[in-house]
Ligand binder design. Structure first.
Ligand SMILES: [Cu+2]
Length: 238
């Protein structure tokens, strides 16, 4: 009996775990993500369902670009951090179905946190996650028929999740990136980011964008210092 259970236990054990500690002599990182060149024109989808709520057209939000090429909706994170500040398990991500869009378009959370999914519209929406690039993922498949409904779901697995709505709103999409450590943040319309309470050491600072993929920057963090990361310029492939 024991022998038959053992392989399952081994599979269920985490391959790599994060340890939250009080970080002494922590440093911080700050910087800005920029898009090189003009962004492509937004894709406009004609709407033929729930037009009174959704409108007649919807523009996609793949490239949200501010002044000087500042790029929003980029997840900036440290690769493979094993020890650092504790994970805030009380933090709750929010995902609203509003005017037939997911808000926000991109967010990041840490394993152990929760996400609160809300329907603000008086129409049926369904929030379903697809795990990109393999892995177990944190699968969600949640239909919400009434306006004002909220449901919380625990976030259990790391990965890149694309969110879709199966209720006939083919244009609805968003991304949820889940990490095992707390060193991740999403850029706003000014393209800036900051990561605090980073233990001194050498790191790989990563960026992820839904169309541009990932970039890597090697960076050193020293005790008590605020490191200004050189501008991260993301290029569009042809
Ligand atoms: Cu929907």
């Amino acid at each position: 009996m024991l022998l038959s259970i053992l392989p399952l236990l081994l599979l269920a054990a985490p391959v790599w775990a994060y340890e939250g500690v009080e970080v002494e002599n922590a440093g911080s990182l700050t910087g800005r993500v920029r898009l090189e060149g003009q962004p492509p024109a937004a894709v406009v989808t004609e709407v033929h369902k729930n037009v009174s709520v959704c409108g007649t057209t919807v523009e996609d939000r793949t490239f949200v670009v501010g002044e000087g090429g500042a790029l929003a909706n980029v997840v900036v994170y440290l690769a493979a951090v094993g020890v650092g500040r504790p994970i805030d398990l009380e933090a709750i991500g929010e995902l609203d179905n509003r005017e037939c869009r997911f808000e926000p378009h991109v967010q990041s959370l840490t394993v152990g946190q929760k996400i609160e999914i809300k329907n603000s519209d008086p129409v049926l929406h369904n929030t379903r996650t697809e795990v990109l690039g393999g892995g177990i993922g944190n699968r969600i498949n949640l239909a919400m028929a009434r306006a004002g409904t909220t449901i919380r779901k625990p976030i259990r697995y790391p990965g890149i999740h694309r969110l879709r709505c199966d209720a006939g709103h083919t244009w609805m999409n968003a991304y949820l990136l889940v990490f095992e450590h707390p060193y991740h943040v999403v850029t706003g319309t000014d393209g800036t980011f900051e990561l605090d309470e980073v233990p001194p050491g050498e790191y790989t600072l990563m960026t992820w964008h839904e169309k541009l993929g990932t970039s890597e920057t090697k960076i050193g963090v020293k005790a008590g210092e605020l490191v200004e990361v050189p501008a991260i310029v993301l290029k569009q492939s042809q």
